[in-house]
Design a protein around this ligand. Structure first.
Ligand SMILES: [Fe+2]
Length: 216
């Protein structure tokens, strides 16, 4: 696989954080840790590669505040650096379930750029790493991990619905359940802080019984 080393990948993210600071940087780090935690339980996957790919999936945000155009920016940057497999997930994490032309509501690039992404997606066959990064992207916020369905609602409230929203939601949920059946356990069991981040509660002990307490 043509990807940078973990040290190189972390240096790219650090540089990008200087160029365009924001919660997206921590979101990328959480996604990377989740990808590693999941992939290391699947013998057919390379956990280190999963970590690096997830760490760089939003690297296009180095260019500034863009919507879906960040996918193309990331692709172009990673290609220029000589890492086509890292470039690939910059695109696939946005368009795995829906072809680019079906999401024009959120498209902030030119028609030619959209056409390029469409042709690119038609030229590839989806793989395990595309799906894993999509999953980790969808359960990682800038503050930690949360329930997929909650993140879907939060993102929709922020950006609104688009033509293929329901199709995409079903695709995210299917990706999630597919990985859980391969793992034989809940993805959330592998990640810390899901209850806290999803419900605003923290776990604790009370009279010897595990309980959850509302965060202040
Ligand atoms: Fe992301």
């Amino acid at each position: 696989m043509q990807i940078p080393t973990r040290i190189q990948a972390e240096a790219y993210l650090e540089e990008a954080a200087q160029m365009n600071p924001g919660l997206w940087v921590e979101h990328s780090r959480y996604a990377a840790k989740a990808a590693h935690a999941i992939a290391q339980r699947l013998p057919e996957m390379d956990a280190e590669a999963a970590y690096i790919l997830a760490l760089l999936h939003d690297i296009g945000r180095r260019e500034g505040m863009f919507n879906l155009l960040h996918c193309l920016h990331g692709y172009q940057f990673m290609q220029t650096e000589g890492f086509p497999d890292a470039a690939r997930v910059c695109v696939t994490h946005c368009f795995l379930s829906t072809m680019p032309n079906q999401r024009q509501l959120h498209w902030d690039g030119t028609a030619n750029e959209l056409e390029f992404l469409q042709e690119y997606m038609q030229s590839i066959t989806q793989n395990d790493y595309d799906h894993l990064v999509l999953l980790c992207d969808s359960i990682s916020t800038g503050n930690g991990y949360c329930l997929l369905e909650k993140r879907i609602v939060d993102v929709t409230l922020r950006y609104g619905l688009y033509e293929n929203s329901l199709h995409d939601w079903r695709s995210y949920i299917k990706t999630h359940t597919d990985f859980e059946s391969r793992l034989g356990c809940s993805v959330y069991a592998l990640l810390p802080g899901v209850v806290e981040n999803t419900f605003g509660f923290e776990t604790g002990e009370n009279d010897g019984r595990k309980c959850i307490q509302k965060l202040p």
